[in-house]
Design a protein around this ligand. Structure first.
Ligand SMILES: Nc1ncnc2c1ncn2[C@@H]1O[C@H](COP(=O)(O)OP(=O)(O)OP(=O)(O)O)[C@@H](O)[C@H]1O
Ligand SMILES: [Mg+2]
Length: 375
């Protein structure tokens, strides 16, 4: 029995407030997020899509060329009741906004210019994942307060390890709670005499090697982290809870390949392990059969008769290769479905070219909603 993913049911359900598209690198997360958001808007929802590094032409056609964290209406997106805004996540700016909202203006100014802060906010492993979640939390709170949006579609970064963004709050917390940080915080908090002899030895040695300014910067940064990011951590936990809430739906996007589907299986299990509501699997860029009655065997037999030089034989070989690919992808999907019978799925065929404008997104949206698997 096929377990078909009902995309329009999901988009039309007013209880659906957040859709998160995740999956490994390059599988079509950004495209799927944008296509779902557009389709939802054109079906009457008030949507904002949070994209991460969209391809340039796609960003252009959505009117979000600047990285400025501000949702803007997508030109030509929806003429009906619904609306579509889009934004591109600017990680550093999101970080800065947190600092500005949490610290006094003077303190914020100090932090923003601190070299450690600059390094952390632009390159700490997991920062981008973390910031995506931070921004989602902000958007959600704003949307609930103002009624500006009733659906947020979230794209996720191309993480090296698949679900980094789920680990990010935890990772940042353990970094902040780490021994090194606590040691560095000690002098900033207590009177100097409470500083351990060991610590002064370490700082003394470090000052010699690295220079006093370095250490001052580091201590300033670490104590700032404590004041500013205490709230940060609490909000990360709230956002994590939001992801587990009933109004959230995760879609795992995967390519119809062996490794990709194995990774998708890991995603599905990880989401279930974290009690995140999984809506289903999108198998993107599937090969499409050309639906002739000509079997692979018949095509190959004909190429034998025609000889290697024949153009027709070349075309028949292409046909045979494609049908073999379609069959192999179907087997892979069936294997996935057999192992995860509870996971609904939909197959989106590969379009002939890249998806870089609203018409392309509409087409993907249509396929997401209506595409019938060929089996
Ligand atoms: N069904 C499809 N048919 C044809 N092209 C597609 C399809 N889906 C996605 N693409 C193209 O594949 C490329 C990668 O897609 P996309 O940027 O959405 O992937 P991603 O998962 O967001 O990648 P990253 O992990 O780098 O963020 C894009 O050029 C996009 O236009
Ligand atoms: Mg992407």
């Amino acid at each position: 029995m096929k377990n078909e993913l009902d995309i329009d049911g999901l988009l039309d359900d007013r209880q659906t407030r957040i859709i998160v598209c995740c999956g490994s690198g390059g599988v079509g997360k950004t495209t799927t997020s944008a296509a779902l958001a557009l389709r939802a808007a054109e079906r009457g929802r008030k949507v904002v899509v949070l994209t991460i590094d969209p391809a340039r032409r796609l960003a252009q056609s959505m009117g979000i060329e600047q990285l400025d964290n501000t949702p803007r209406p997508v030109p030509g997106a929806s003429e009906g009741e619904g609306s579509l805004d889009a934004m591109m996540l600017d990680m550093k700016r999101t970080f800065d906004e947190v600092v500005l909202s949490q610290a006094t203006p003077e303190k914020a100014e100090q932090i923003l210019h601190n070299p450690f802060y600059i390094a952390l906010s632009s390159s700490f492993a997991g920062t981008q994942e973390y910031m995506a979640m931070e921004k989602l939390g902000q958007l959600y709170r704003d949307a609930e307060a103002s009624g500006s949006y009733d659906l947020i579609v979230v794209d996720t970064p191309p993480s090296r390890s698949a679900l980094d963004f789920l680990d990010a709050p935890e990772r940042l917390s353990s970094f902040l709670d780490g021994r090194f940080i606590r040691m560095m915080l000690a002098p900033a908090r207590g009177p100097a005499r409470l500083m351990s002899a060991g610590f002064s030895l370490v700082t003394g040695a470090l000052s010699k090697v690295l220079g006093g300014q370095f250490l001052k910067d580091l201590q300033m940064f670490v104590s700032a982290l404590d004041t500013v990011f205490g709230g940060f951590r609490a909000r990360a936990q709230q956002t994590y809870a939001l992801l587990q809430a009933r109004g959230t739906a995760f879609l795992v996007v995967a390519a119809p390949e062996d490794d990709a589907l194995r990774e998708a299986a890991y995603f599905v299990e990880r989401l279930q392990g974290d009690r995140m509501p999984l809506a289903g699997l999108v198998v993107n860029r599937a090969a499409v059969s050309d639906h002739t009655d000509l079997s692979v065997a018949a095509a190959m037999a004909a190429t034998e008769r025609l000889g290697a030089e024949s153009v027709t034989a070349g075309l028949l070989r292409i046909h045979a290769d494609r049908e073999r690919l379609v069959a192999r992808q179907r087997t892979l999907r069936q294997r996935f479905a057999a192992a995860h019978p509870q996971v609904a799925s939909v197959v989106v065929p590969a379009l002939a070219g890249d998806v870089h404008d609203l018409d392309g997104l509409r087409e993907i949206g249509r396929l997401l909603a209506g595409a019938r698997a060929e089996d």
